[in-house]
Design a protein around this ligand. Structure first.
Ligand code: NAP
Length: 455
């Protein structure tokens, strides 16, 4: 019998989700010593996922990986189906008709809720709509953020919280040089926010920040970064935890915080870190006026430190609250889902149903492991998944329909508008031209309709 992956029967794989995990999966599969065709499906016309719509605009270096993704886009054994959403424009059954294997790389899009009263008040947001707004995520740019208050509170001690704190505290003229959406820059120019509190429920040693992001924060001009020196008094368990091999970031950023503790409060803007506080209520008459925090103490051994609530409360008057406490993957129709973890149940990237492998279904990225790591972490993750897929080759059944052009035509006949990688590059070229005129790298389109109009 002809082997899948041979010259006569190239392996056909659909990757769903054109973020970093999807591109790395495609690239690594195409580099394998087999004959393979990879088609990448993406809900938006624009690829790159988190690299385009998650990374903060003032971090252009993190976007240089796009050149690598574009090289995959240029591979003759690669097709792009942009503007095709799984569950709306195509279903899993159809993908299985055309592909021998399907890899899900749809990320973790659903913000976790704080689960406290007042979370629905005007002025309280999760990180996602704000990030999408400033990154010109299509059709999410209409959200309006009222930045007329003096104080904002950012909940969470991860890099997303730092991105939000930085964007709120940076001079708009600096942001105007980036590819941030112009309407966001214009709005930030009118912002009255001068103080941003970054709140962590545990201590400095347990924070998930990374050293480069803390250093970036430190570089913002005309902005004090402040810390009460008492947070630097570590107990024995904290000191032991700090020495853990995994805690290299914490060891690196500790000196930054020592510097922050000596802040002299002279700049017109201020970011202040407060640790050991959990939000318990957001209050106000129709919109956010204050947040109530409960003070915590830490308990437990090094590596397992838990926040224990005390009776002490603290109130911060503020007009904005951003909750940056992590994300969950969203369930997809017909695909097993672990509701407790917000991921697809899997063993080394092989999707499991009731503990058994679902033949030909794989997963990589945040929807596989949860929202953790940096962009490059997805390469390691996709490598594991591709190794599983290649090891399984003999168990896969060849899909009955083996023609990507026929699938594209079938989607078009059903009223969908799949775009190719060449189409995307045309759209991106116009964004770059608009950017040149505005003195920035890109002026992104803020709606799918505008993108498609280029074609
Ligand atoms: P994260 O790193 O997991 O941080 C989430 C934070 O929320 C933690 O401090 C967590 O505290 C806290 N938290 C969770 N539930 C909470 C609750 N109910 N109340 C109060 N605090 C709560 O997540 P993230 O910031 O969303 O980032 C996701 C991933 O993207 C991370 O790997 C991050 O490094 C990456 N990222 C990287 C960059 C960059 O490299 N520039 C930028 C943005 C994001 P506990 O520790 O106590 O649970």
């Amino acid at each position: 019998m002809t082997q899948l992956g041979s010259q006569d029967l190239p392996l056909r794989v659909a990757v769903v989700g054109a973020g970093p995990a999807g591109f790395y999966a495609a690239e690594l599969l195409l580099k394998e010593d087999i004959s393979a065709q990879v088609d990448l499906f993406e809900a938006l016309p624009s690829p790159y996922g988190l690299v385009r719509y998650g990374v903060a605009p003032d971090h252009p270096k993190m976007r240089t990986v796009i050149a690598r993704f574009d090289r995959t886009g240029d591979d003759p054994n690669f097709n792009y189906f942009g503007n095709i959403r799984l569950g709306t424009d195509i279903d899993l059954a159809t993908l299985r008709e055309y592909y021998d294997a399907v890899i899900i790389t749809t990320g973790a899009q659903e913000p976790k809720a704080l689960g406290i009263p007042g979370e629905d008040l005007a002025g309280c947001y999760t990180a996602r709509p704000f990030i999408r707004w400033y990154n010109a995520y299509p059709d999410h740019s209409e959200s309006e953020f009222d930045l007329s208050c003096a104080t904002a509170v950012v909940i969470g001690n991860g890099n997303v919280a730092l991105d939000i704190a930085r964007v709120l505290s940076q001079a708009p003229d600096e942001l105007a040089k980036t590819d941030m959406a112009t309407r966001a820059i214009d709005k930030l120019r009118t912002s009255k926010v001068r103080t941003v509190y970054v709140i962590g429920r545990r201590g400095l040693v347990q924070a998930s920040f990374t050293h480069p992001e803390i250093t970036e924060l430190d570089k913002i001009e005309h902005c004090d970064i402040a810390l009460d020196p008492s947070y630097l008094q570590l107990d024995a368990a904290d000191r032991a935890e700090l020495e853990f091999e995994d805690n290299v970031q914490q060891r690196r950023f500790l000196p930054n915080f020592e510097k922050f503790s000596q802040c002299t409060n002279q700049a017109p803007r201020r970011v202040e870190f407060r640790f050991l506080r959990s939000p318990v209520a957001i209050e106000g008459d129709g919109r956010v006026e204050r947040i109530v925090l409960r003070k915590n103490i830490l308990s437990g051994d090094a590596g397992a430190r838990k926040a224990i609530a005390t009776e002490d409360l603290e109130t911060i008057n503020c007009g904005l609250v951003f909750s940056c406490v992590g994300y969950r993957g969203e369930p997809l129709p017909g695909i097993p889902y672990d509701d407790a973890r917000g991921t697809l149940p899997n063993d080394k990237g092989r999707v499991l149903q009731d503990g058994k492998q679902v033949t030909g279904l794989y997963v990589s990225g945040w929807i596989k492991r949860g929202p953790s790591g940096v962009i490059g972490t997805n390469k390691v993750d996709s490598k594991e998944t591709i190794e599983s897929l290649v090891a399984d080759l003999a168990t896969l059944s060849p899909a009955p329909r083996r023609d990507s052009a026929a699938l594209r035509a079938a989607l078009q006949a059903r009223g969908a508008r799949p775009i190719t990688y060449q189409d995307w590059l045309k759209i991106n070229k116009v964004e770059a031209e608009r950017g040149r005129a505005a003195g920035k790298p890109l002026e992104r389109f803020t709606s799918v309709a505008e993108m498609l109009a280029v074609l």
